[in-house]
Write a protein that binds this ligand. Structure first.
Ligand code: NAP
Length: 232
């Protein structure tokens, strides 16, 4: 598809935050591509009325070669990349299994590294520069009991933005991380039913910050780790 619009890729675009990011970027005039984990989920996403006009791709981004195939499918030039793909696992560090550690690092940190690794030629091909937003988490800068593994993986993502903002400076590719606190998602409402939900940022509010960061107005912002905490 060649629409003449600037292309944006949202990984994990069928998730709670990712779907709002995809919709906000479509409203901002981007040609939006999203990833879901498998073909069934990609088809289900594309079939939802709210997602009309969004292109869905199936890819497991914890797989190096699958991530490369995704980028070949999306194609250059890419003006905006937003990595919302991720997953949480809480509990004491002493209870973690080898599989827990492998899975959490893979879904959060490894997937982000593979994504930016393979997206680079597409981003570089975009005339006038490109924007990357990596979704980290508040725990990256605060840590927290019961979230050591998750917070460490998310700290890696924030640090990735810091390094790439320097490595890709001359390419005109701005790279920032955002640090959401607990967001007001159905899953979080289920998990913490007694919380005051009004204090949490909504995915839509976080998506609006992402839309600013991938806009020309944010051209001079790179290497930041931006708190998006609402009132929490
Ligand atoms: N929710 C919060 O309160 C919160 C707070 C701070 C930071 N964050 C971060 O914000 C991001 C979005 O959170 P969310 O609540 O929107 O999460 P979500 O609804 O669970 O969405 C995550 C997405 O990533 C996909 N995914 C996971 N592993 C994958 C893999 N190996 N290959 C391909 N796709 C994969 C999931 O697909 P499946 O549906 O197939 O699993 C899902 O579409 C995450 O990085 C999360 O860590 C969230």
């Amino acid at each position: 598809m060649n629409t003449g619009m600037t292309k944006a890729l949202v990984t994990g675009g069928n998730g709670a935050l990712g779907s709002d990011v995809a919709q906000v970027l479509r409203e901002a005039g981007f040609e939006v591509h999203v990833t879901a984990r498998d073909a069934d989920k990609a088809a289900a996403f594309a079939a939802m009325p709210d997602n009309r006009g969004l292109s869905a791709h199936a890819a497991d981004l914890s797989d190096f070669d699958a991530t490369k195939r995704l980028m070949d499918e999306v194609g250059a030039p890419l003006g905006a990349l937003v990595t919302t793909l991720g997953g949480f696992l809480g509990g004491p560090l002493s209870a973690l299994t080898e599989a827990d550690v492998d899975r959490l690092i893979a879904v959060n940190l490894t997937s982000a590294i593979y994504t930016v690794r393979h997206a680079y030629p597409l981003l570089r091909a975009h005339q006038g520069g490109a924007h990357v937003v990596l979704v980290s988490a508040r725990g990256a800068v605060t840590g927290g009991p019961g979230s050591a593994l998750y917070s460490a993986a998310k700290a890696g993502i924030a640090n990735l933005a810091l390094s790439l903002s320097q490595e890709w400076l001359e390419d005109g590719i701005a790279v920032n991380a955002i640090l959401p606190s607990t967001m007001d998602t159905p899953a979080n409402r289920r998990d913490v039913p007694d919380a005051d939900f009004s204090r949490w940022p909504t995915p839509r509010e976080v998506a609006e910050v992402v839309a600013f960061l991938v806009s020309d107005k944010a051209r001079i912002v790179s290497g930041a780790a931006i708190p998006v905490y609402g009132k929490s």
